[in-house]
Design a binder for this molecule. Structure first.
Ligand code: NAP
Length: 295
C-alpha cells in the first residue's frame, strides 16, 4: 500500500486518479481548493470504505505546503507518490490576455508543482525512494496559437522536470511527465465560446473564435479521464527511468511526428495542426468559415 498525494481533485483527471489509487488499496490524500469541493469525493470514499482524505490546498500558496506535507507524513508515515495535477487553461491571444492571467497560469501550472515538489523532496530523500508525476500536456511539447500562457507553463514544467531528474536520480526518486492528449474535463474548451470579457476590438478575435469553435467540433474525441488514471497506476508500478509517458494514441502520434523535425518542418507541421493558413495568409474570415479554407 502506497501513500499518494494528488493535487486538484475536485474534478477531471485528479478526481479519477484519486479514486483509482484508493480503490486498489492505496492511502490517498486528494487535495481540493476549498473544503466544500471535496464533498462528492468524500461521499464516494465513505460509501466504498476507501482510505481517501481531502485536505485543502491552493497550489499558488506555497507557504501552506510545509503544513500539508507534515500532516500527510506524520499521519501516514510515508509519502510514496506525488501527482502534480492541478492546472488551469486561459485561452486567448498573447496580446489579449492580461499580465495577471499570464501570471495565474504560470503560478498554477509551473510554480505550484515545482514548489510542491521541492517541499516533498527532503522527505523522499530520507526515504531513499519516491515518485513524482507531473501532468503535462502536448502543449508542453508544441506551441499553438491561442495557447501562449498555457504552453509557456507546460514547456517550463517539461524543462524543469528534465533537469531535476539528473539532480535527484541518485536518491532513488523517480520523475515522470505525462504527455496528455485530450480528455473530457472542465478544462477542455468544449463549449467553444470566447469568454464574455474577451476584448471586443481585438484584432485576434476571429482567430481565437475559430480555434475555440474547432475545439468544440472535436469535443467528441476527448477521452474519459478514467483512462489516464489507469496510466498513472501503471507508472506508479513501473520499474523504469522513463521520463515521458504519452497518455493516448494522439499523444504517441504527436511525439513521434515531432521527433527529429528541423525548425522549418516543425513550424510547417504546427501550422498544419493549427489549421492556420487562412489566418497567416490574411484571408477574410467569418465564424461561419470555422477557420478553414478549402484549397
Ligand atoms: P479540471 O477538471 O478543470 O481539473 C483541474 C483541477 O485543478 C481542478 O480540481 C481545479 O480545482 C484544480 N485547480 C486549479 N487551480 C488550482 C489551484 N490554484 N490550486 C489548487 N487546485 C487548482 O481539468 P483536468 O483536465 O482534469 O486538468 C488536470 C490536469 O490535466 C491539468 O494540469 C491540465 O493542464 C492537464 N491536462 C488536461 C488535458 C485535457 O484535455 N483535459 C490535456 C492536457 C493536460 P477547482 O475546482 O478549485 O478549480
Amino acid at each position: 500500500m502506497a501513500t499518494v498525494l494528488i493535487t486538484g481533485c475536485s474534478s477531471g483527471i485528479g478526481r479519477s486518479a484519486a479514486l483509482a489509487f484508493a480503490r486498489r488499496g492505496d492511502h490517498v490524500y486528494a487535495t481540493v481548493r476549498s473544503a466544500t469541493d471535496g464533498e462528492e469525493l468524500r461521499a464516494t470514499a465513505a460509501s466504498e470504505q476507501l482510505q481517501l482524505h481531502t485536505p485543502t490546498l491552493d497550489v499558488t500558496q506555497p507557504d501552506t505546503f510545509g503544513d500539508l506535507i507534515n500532516t500527510v507524513t506524520s499521519d501516514a508515515g510515508s509519502l510514496d507518490v506525488l501527482i502534480n495535477n492541478a492546472g488551469v487553461l486561459i485561452p486567448g491571444a498573447f496580446e489579449d490576455i492580461s499580465e495577471a492571467q499570464l501570471r495565474t497560469v504560470m503560478e498554477t501550472n509551473f510554480f505550484g508543482p515545482m514548489l510542491l515538489t521541492r517541499a516533498v523532496l527532503p522527505f523522499m530523500r530520507r526515504q531513499q525512494k519516491g515518485l513524482i508525476i507531473m501532468i503535462s500536456s502536448l502543449s508542453g511539447l508544441a506551441g499553438l496559437a491561442g495557447d501562449v500562457a498555457y504552453s509557456a507553463s507546460k514547456f517550463a514544467l517539461e524543462g524543469a522536470t528534465e533537469a531535476l531528474r539528473q539532480e535527484i536520480d541518485r536518491w532513488g526518486i523517480r520523475l515522470a511527465l505525462v504527455e496528455s492528449g485530450r480528455y473530457a474535463t472542465r478544462l477542455d474548451r468544449s463549449n467553444g465560446q470566447l469568454p464574455s470579457d474577451y476584448p471586443q476590438q481585438s484584432p485576434y478575435r476571429s482567430l481565437i473564435e475559430s480555434k475555440l469553435s474547432d475545439a468544440a467540433q472535436g469535443a467528441e474525441q476527448a477521452m474519459n479521464p478514467a483512462a489516464i488514471a489507469d496510466l498513472l497506476l501503471r507508472i506508479a508500478d513501473a520499474d523504469t527511468r522513463q521520463l515521458r509517458w504519452p497518455s493516448d494514441p494522439l499523444a504517441v502520434a504527436v511525439l513521434n511526428k515531432l521527433h527529429g523535425l528541423d525548425d522549418t518542418a516543425r513550424a510547417a507541421f504546427l501550422d498544419e495542426v493549427s489549421d492556420i493558413a487562412w489566418w497567416r495568409d490574411g484571408f477574410e474570415h467569418t465564424p461561419a468559415d470555422s477557420g478553414r479554407l478549402e484549397t
